[in-house]
Design a protein around this ligand. Structure first.
Ligand code: GCW
Length: 684
């Protein structure tokens, strides 16, 4: 998004930028570039009181410290700020007497105000706008890059990356493409992202050294991202005192270990004064952690938190801890239970600058899961929800799968029932005073060195939507898509703007549900090819150690997670969800097989049997992909040819793969159950 034409409504104006500071410099540079391209003009005044004299159409001004330039209409200066202070990142937008005014109390607010103007386009410069304050709902809006510095023999440069190589690293060192990094920072600021972790949570030996002798590389990244209001975080290995510091132990209660983290962190902070903090995957999938020393995760997290606290930084401690060496014969262990079992008993023990980072669902970024019960279980802990923008389990950026409707649903979910607080409320209303208040949303990133940034050009909509939802979780998915369409395909750059908008909605609005229809049914999850997680592998994980089973046999399918007869996972929710999920009658259809093992003849709320639902949705899913592809071809000659061609290529693959999913899933269940399709369609 943000081609030069998107700046035209702003770039034709007479603009005044008022204020000092690095981010105000960025605002000025952006406006100057737009004005140079489109014929407008820009002046700048500092907070020393100097005032421009020429008339203006647009003012972007820091009002703290005053006074405001005289170009700001008196009606604006006199009026009260709606809803209290604007904070570090908020801004006020108004338009009176033919002047559009953006006011902020801090430079970041001006930057976000600028991008809001671009989003509004011509509408920002016409009519009157009553003063409105805009503030982010969540204070930290963060992307985690699973990028490796050294190429990993199995995972490559980027773990679960589907957009080429890393934007940060190549062949063991920095990639060094500063223009691209700057452009990336700008895209992220334009959707509201303000924090990035720059390396994989699976930390190899080379990556571990970013903390010490490779720190220069991180300093460089921080310098590049800072002008766009983005703070850098690092993934660190819990074993760092041993592997980097040469200590005999990484025991979190050992004084030497504590000193090592404190002095190391002090050195990082000295080079990166706005350093964001650490991200830690501990005791998970082979990564080291406090369990090796007989300590728990509060001990581990608090160790790093203590080292970071004097520098205003946080540790994101991941709750993705489970037994990855399970025996499939053991029906008592349930991976879905693991995060709650490990962390809920620790509530209240975490330091104020620990952020417990919880995957949105209890298992692993599936296209459908219940919302993780950990989110409701830790009222005395700061919790961040982790989403996955990179499409590991949702088509790997070969399939068009717009995830905003799904994320919106997750963020709006009310763990204590319809009348109570939502997931967003839990995130925003964190305990603890001062700089740590305000909540956190994190997503695993989907950008690489691909010319379209994300492999699939339409996957950019997911990145954009993540940032926007983190800023305002109440935004509707289709409204976010409209914004992205306007910013990516400005009307003046395409042949038929109405057709572009209509087509993108037709293709993307329901694409997540389409993906769900042709993959694993009714919330049972996985059924993916274990080598790479792409395409169908119905029994791929069934007899493995990973704890992701569907238990299909000749009579039925699904995982009994009830308290009455199953693993008891349903009991990890507060009422009413514990009762709703426990009950075969009340459990929502889309999660039925996540919570219950049922016969194929079980009748869903929708009125069809489970087996017929499997057949129907898999036929429907593929038909929808055919329709999506056909819709897309109407844009031939209407949008940029390279974008058009890339998407056509992706749709061809999506159709091939969806067909494979349909046929393998339908055939598998036909063979298991022996029940024919009631509508007589061909099942192989
Ligand atoms: O979904 C799984 C991925 C792993 C990943 C892990 C995690 C970084 O398959 O590749 O490791 O989750 O979230 O830590």
């Amino acid at each position: 998004w943000l081609p030069p034409q998107a700046w035209r409504p702003l770039g034709v104006r007479r603009v005044l930028v008022h204020g000092d500071g690095l981010l105000v410099d960025t605002v000025f540079a952006e406006v100057a570039q737009a004005c140079a391209a489109h014929g407008g003009r820009v002046d700048r005044t500092g907070t020393d009181g100097a005032s421009a004299v020429d008339p203006v159409d647009l003012v972007l001004a820091l009002r703290d410290p005053g006074p405001l330039p005289s170009a700001v209409p008196a009606a604006v200066t006199a009026g009260p700020t709606p809803d209290g202070p604007l904070g570090d990142e908020g801004f006020l937008l108004t338009r009176v007497d033919d002047v559009t005014v953006v006011l902020a109390d801090a430079p970041a607010g001006l930057l976000y105000g600028l991008f809001h103007l671009v989003r509004l386009g011509e509408a920002a410069h016409t009519g009157d706008h009553p003063a409105r304050a805009h503030r982010p709902a969540l204070r930290r809006r963060m992307l985690d890059h699973w990028d490796n510095v050294a190429v990993h023999p199995v995972m490559g440069q980027v773990e679960r990356g589907y957009a080429g190589g890393s934007i940060f690293w190549r062949d063991g060192g920095p990639r060094g493409d500063r223009d691209r990094l700057r452009a990336y920072a700008r895209l992220l600021a334009a959707c509201g992202v303000n924090a990035i972790s720059v390396n994989n949570v699976n930390v190899g030996l080379t990556e571990a050294r970013l903390l010490t002798d490779r720190l220069d590389d991180v300093v460089d990244l921080a310098d590049l991202l800072r002008p766009y209001g983005i703070r850098v975080h690092l993934s660190v290995t819990f074993a760092a005192p041993v592997v980097l510091g040469g200590l005999p132990t990484a025991d979190p209660l050992d004084d030497g270990v504590r000193d090592w983290w404190e002095s190391t962190t002090r050195r990082v902070h000295a080079r990166i004064p706005d350093f964001g903090g650490y991200v830690v995957k501990a005791d998970s999938e082979g990564q080291p952690g406090p369990f090796s020393y007989g300590r728990d995760h509060a001990d581990g997290a608090n160790l790093l938190a203590a080292a970071l606290a004097p520098h205003g930084a946080v540790v994101h401690w991941r709750a993705f801890v489970y037994d990855h060496r399970q025996d499939w014969r053991d029906r008592t262990t349930d991976r879905a239970r693991a995060a709650y079992d490990h962390f809920a008993p620790l509530d209240g023990r975490f330091a104020d600058n620990v952020v417990l980072q919880v995957k949105f669902g209890p298992v692993d970024f599936q296209p459908r899961e219940p919302v993780s019960p950990v989110i409701a279980a830790m009222p005395a802990t700061r919790v961040a929800v982790e989403l996955q923008v990179t499409q590991e389990y949702t088509g790997q950026q070969w399939h068009a799968c717009y995830l905003a409707p799904w994320w919106h649903e997750v963020l709006a979910f009310r763990p204590w029932g319809p009348a109570e607080r939502s997931v967003t409320d839990v995130l925003a209303d964190v305990p603890g005073p001062g700089p740590h208040r305000g909540g956190d949303l994190v997503a695993v990133a989907n950008v690489g060195d691909d010319p379209f940034w994300c492999g699939h050009p339409l996957a950019q909509a997911n990145l954009y939507a993540f940032g926007r939802l983190a800023w305002d979780p109440g935004l509707a998915a289709d409204a976010i898509l409209d914004e992205w369409i306007d910013l990516t395909f400005p009307a003046s750059t395409v042949g038929d703007p109405a057709l572009v908008r209509e087509t993108l909605h037709a293709v993307l609005d329901d694409s997540w549900r389409t993906y769900e229809r042709y993959t694993a049914p009714l919330g049972v999850g996985f059924m993916v090819n274990p080598a790479g997680h792409y395409g169908p592998g119905v029994d791929g994980y069934e007899y493995s150690r990973w704890g992701t089973y569907h238990f299909a046999d000749r009579d039925g399918v699904g995982v009994d997670r009830t308290c009455a007869t199953g693993t008891g996972f349903a009991g990890q929710y507060p009422p009413p969800w514990s009762q709703v999920y426990e009950s075969l009658e009340r459990c929502p259809d889309e999660l039925l097989l996540f919570f219950h093992h049922v016969p194929y003849s079980h009748v869903l709320h929708s009125g069809v049997t489970v087996i017929q639902h499997i057949y129907d949705t898999h036929f429907a899913g593929v038909a929808e992909v055919v329709a999506m592809r056909d819709r897309w071809t109407r844009l031939a000659g209407v949008i940029d040819q390279a974008v058009y061609d890339r998407v056509v290529e992706r749709f061809d693959e999506q159709l091939r793969c969806a067909t494979e999913w349909r046929d393998q899933v339908n055939t598998y269940f036909f063979r298991k159950s022996g029940v024919p399709d009631a509508r007589g369609r061909r099942i192989h």
